[in-house]
Design a protein around this ligand. Structure first.
Ligand SMILES: [Zn+2]
Length: 212
């Protein structure tokens, strides 16, 4: 199983996964609108390679019901994870419970073998999980494992939603030293916020000179 590409745009794989629902705002189709779109996203983050994607596409043609159930599940997991990603430690008890239930449901049914793999590029070692059984259902496991890691490492306090106005739904992991990062991306939302502040300052009434 190919290793996921790192670093992820949002800092963690599961946050990139949550962010796939904001594509329509940028006139791109939601990655999870079709099974093929889901596979394309999985390839874009390095969870499947081109050959595996082709094999899965072929299989989806043979088993359309199973492909559509897999897609449906991915969307359900995404909507369970979003409230947790948006509010981090401040997510409601109910939202947190729902996310944990989804995570445990996937982890609970995932079977496979654990192994150590060597990266041919630099010879480094990593642990890998090679799922057995249903190839479709296994696709989401690394995403869910990534969410589980965030919970158990105490990293959730650094997960939040972009503070931009108008609202931007992107979530991210704040890895800044100060822990005060507010925008998903300095080049887009951060810059817009700065420009808006400038405009507001320019509009503010200036004090007139004495006698004026
Ligand atoms: Zn943003």
């Amino acid at each position: 199983m190919p290793r996921a590409r790192t670093p992820f745009a949002a800092g963690r794989l599961w946050l990139d996964f949550v962010n796939t629902d904001e594509a329509p705002r940028h006139a791109q189709p939601d990655a999870l609108v079709s099974f093929d779109g889901y596979l394309a996203w999985l390839e874009s983050v390095g969870l499947v390679d081109a050959a595996r994607r082709t094999a899965l596409e072929r299989r989806a043609l043979e088993q359309p019901a199973s492909a559509s159930a897999t897609l449906h599940e991915a969307r359900r997991i995404r909507s369970a994870l979003r409230p947790l990603a948006e509010r981090g430690l401040h997510a409601s008890e109910r939202a947190t419970q729902t996310a944990v239930l989804e995570i445990n449901r996937v982890l609970g049914r995932s079977t496979g073998v654990r192994r150590v793999e060597r990266d041919p590029r630099d010879g480094s070692f990593t642990r890998a999980f090679v799922p057995a059984g249903d190839a479709f259902a296994a696709l989401v496991i690394p995403v869910v494992e990534s969410a589980a890691d965030t919970l158990v490492t105490g990293e959730l306090g650094r997960v939040r939603r972009c503070a931009a106005e108008p609202p931007c739904p992107r979530v991210f992991l704040d890895t800044s030293r100060s822990g005060r990062r507010r925008w998903c991306d300095m080049r887009t939302c951060g810059n817009r916020a700065k420009a808006a502040r400038h405009r507001a300052n320019a509009r503010a009434p200036r004090r007139l000179p004495p006698g004026g």
